[in-house]
Design a protein around this ligand. Structure first.
Ligand code: PLP
Length: 439
C-alpha cells in the first residue's frame, strides 16, 4: 500500500490495478495483461495511447520553451495559435479563450468571469447559477457546488448559498418520468419547473444555466428531443445565459464537433473545454466566453489595474502545443466524421443488450454510451446501492476491458475515437461476458 490518497475512491479500498503502459486503444498492467480502454481513461484519451505525433510535439516544445506564463500579457505563438483555432471552432459568438489546467478550474474561472461581467454591466445581484441534479462539473469548492451528485457534496460542507447555486431537474426520461408520462409531457414538466424556479428566485438574480449537453459521470443522460430548444427559449425569455460544459462532449465525442451541435443548442454564451482538447496528453482546459462579455470586462480591469485571475500554468506552452497538434489531427484525419460513423455502429451494437435480463436502458449518442442494469427489467426498478455496478465493472476488468460504473449501476462506454470496428466488437463481446457473470 502506497502513501497516495486516491481521488474519487472509497478510501477503505486498497489499490486495485497498476497500469504500466498504453498503446492505441489498449493499456497493459504490470503483469503484461492487456485491457481494452473502453472509457478512454476518464473520457479523455481520444487519440489513444502512444501517439507518436503527440509525443514528438511534446518533446519538441519542451526543448524549445518548456514553460512561460501569460501574466501581464506575456505570450507565445503556440498559445495564440491555439486560441485562434479554438475561437474559430466553437459556436460561441466572437469567442475569447481563457486557458487553465482542468475542467474544474475552468468552471471556477467561468463562475468568476460571470461575476466580473455582471458587476461590470451594473448588475451585481445577477450571480446565481442554475445547475441540474445529477450533473458533474468538477470537484474544486466552486465546481463541486455546481455538480449535482451527492457523493461530491457529502461531508464537504460546500458553500451553495454563497455561490448562489440553484438546482433543477435532470432530463432523464427513463428514471425521472412520472407513470404514463410521454417524453413530450416529461420535457414540458421539467421545463415548466425551470421557469417556476426562475420566477420564484427572480430572473434578475440569475446569471446562467450550466449543462453538459449529454452528461458523462452521472450516467450518460441524453435528454429527449426538444428539451434544449425549450430550455433555451425559457432562458432567452428571462435573459439567462446558456453555459455549455463540454468537458466530455467536446471534440467529436458525440459524433459532431461539439455536444451543442448534436443536441441543437444554439450559440451558448460560455463553453468549458478540457480532456479531449489535448487527448489528455497534457493537462489543459479552456473557458470560452462571448466576445461582448469580454469587452465589458476591459474597463473595470483597467480601473483596478489587473484582471486578477490566472493560474501559473494558464496557457502552458507544452500543453498548448499538444492541444494544437491534437486539433490538427482531428481535422486532418476526419476524426469527428469517423466518430459519427463508428458511433452509429457502437450504439447499434450496444442496444443488442436491451434483450439481456439485467439491462433496463441503453443510452448514448456517437461514441459515448451507458448500459443501465436494473433489479426488475419490466418496471425498471433500480438495484439498491452500487454493488452491482462495481461487480460488473470488475467483471469487465477480469475479461480484459476497462470501463466505469456510473450512476451506481450503469456501465459507461467512451472508447478512444481511434478504435476500430473490430475493437468495438471486442468491447461488445467482453461486455456480454461481464453481464453474464453479473447475473
Ligand atoms: N465538467 C465535466 C462535464 C466533466 O466530466 C469533468 C470531469 O470529468 C469536469 C468538468 C471536471 O474536469 P477535471 O476532472 O479535469 O477537473
Amino acid at each position: 500500500m502506497s502513501e497516495i490518497i486516491y481521488p474519487t475512491t472509497n478510501l477503505k479500498v486498497t489499490e486495485t490495478l497498476t497500469i504500466e503502459r498504453g498503446d492505441g486503444a489498449y493499456v497493459y498492467d504490470t503483469e503484461g495483461k492487456q485491457y481494452l480502454e473502453a472509457l478512454a481513461g476518464l473520457w479523455c484519451t481520444s487519440l489513444g495511447y502512444n501517439n507518436r505525433e503527440l509525443i514528438d510535439t511534446t518533446t519538441e516544445q519542451m526543448g524549445k520553451l518548456a514553460y512561460s506564463h501569460m501574466f501581464g500579457g506575456k505570450t507565445h505563438q503556440v498559445g495564440i495559435d491555439l486560441s485562434d483555432k479554438l475561437a474559430a471552432m466553437v459556436p460561441v459568438e466572437n469567442a475569447k479563450v481563457f486557458f487553465g489546467n482542468s475542467g474544474s478550474d475552468a468552471n471556477d474561472t467561468h463562475i468568476k468571469m460571470l461575476r466580473y461581467y455582471f458587476n461590470a454591466i451594473g448588475k451585481p445581484e445577477k450571480f446565481k447559477i442554475i445547475s441540474r441534479e445529477r450533473s458533474y462539473h468538477g470537484v474544486t469548492v466552486a465546481a463541486a457546488s455546481l455538480t449535482g451528485l451527492p457523493p461530491n457534496h457529502t461531508n464537504f460542507d460546500l458553500p451553495f448559498d454563497a455561490l448562489g447555486v440553484l438546482r433543477t431537474d435532470a432530463p432523464h426520461y427513463y428514471r425521472n418520468a412520472l407513470p404514463g408520462e410521454s417524453e413530450d409531457q416529461f420535457v414540458d414538466r421539467i421545463v415548466n419547473n425551470l421557469e417556476a424556479l426562475i420566477l420564484a428566485e427572480g430572473a434578475d438574480t440569475i446569471a446562467a444555466f450550466i449543462a453538459e449537453p449529454i452528461t458523462g459521470a452521472s450516467g450518460v443522460i441524453v435528454p429527449p428531443k426538444g428539451y434544449y430548444q425549450k430550455i433555451q427559449a425559457v432562458l432567452n425569455k428571462h435573459g439567462i445565459l446558456f453555459w455549455a460544459d463540454e468537458v466530455i462532449t467536446g471534440f467529436g465525442r458525440t459524433g459532431n464537433d461539439f455536444g451543442c451541435t448534436t443536441m441543437g443548442i444554439e450559440k451558448p454564451a460560455m463553453m468549458t473545454l478540457a480532456k479531449q482538447l489535448s487527448s489528455a496528453y497534457m493537462p489543459i482546459s479552456a473557458s470560452v466566453i462571448r466576445g461582448d462579455m469580454y469587452e465589458a470586462m476591459i474597463e473595470p480591469s483597467a480601473k483596478v489595474g489587473v484582471f486578477g485571475h490566472g493560474y501559473t500554468y494558464s496557457g502552458h506552452p507544452v500543453a498548448a502545443a499538444v492541444a494544437l497538434k491534437t486539433l490538427e489531427i482531428y481535422e486532418r484525419d476526419n476524426i469527428f466524421g469517423r466518430a459519427a460513423e463508428l458511433g452509429e455502429y457502437m450504439q447499434t451494437r450496444l442496444r443488442e443488450f436491451l434483450d439481456h435480463p439485467l439491462v433496463g436502458e441503453v443510452r448514448g449518442e456517437g461514441m459515448i454510451a451507458a448500459v443501465e442494469m436494473v433489479a426488475d427489467k419490466q418496471t425498471g426498478q433500480p438495484f439498491e446501492g452500487g454493488a452491482v455496478g462495481t461487480f460488473a465493472m470488475q467483471a469487465c476488468q477480469d475479461h480484459g476491458m476497462i470501463t466505469r460504473a456510473v450512476a451506481a449501476n450503469s456501465l459507461a462506454f467512451c472508447p478512444p475515437l481511434i478504435v476500430t470496428v473490430a475493437q468495438i466488437d471486442e468491447m461488445i463481446e467482453k461486455l456480454g461476458l461481464a453481464l453474464n457473470d453479473t447475473l
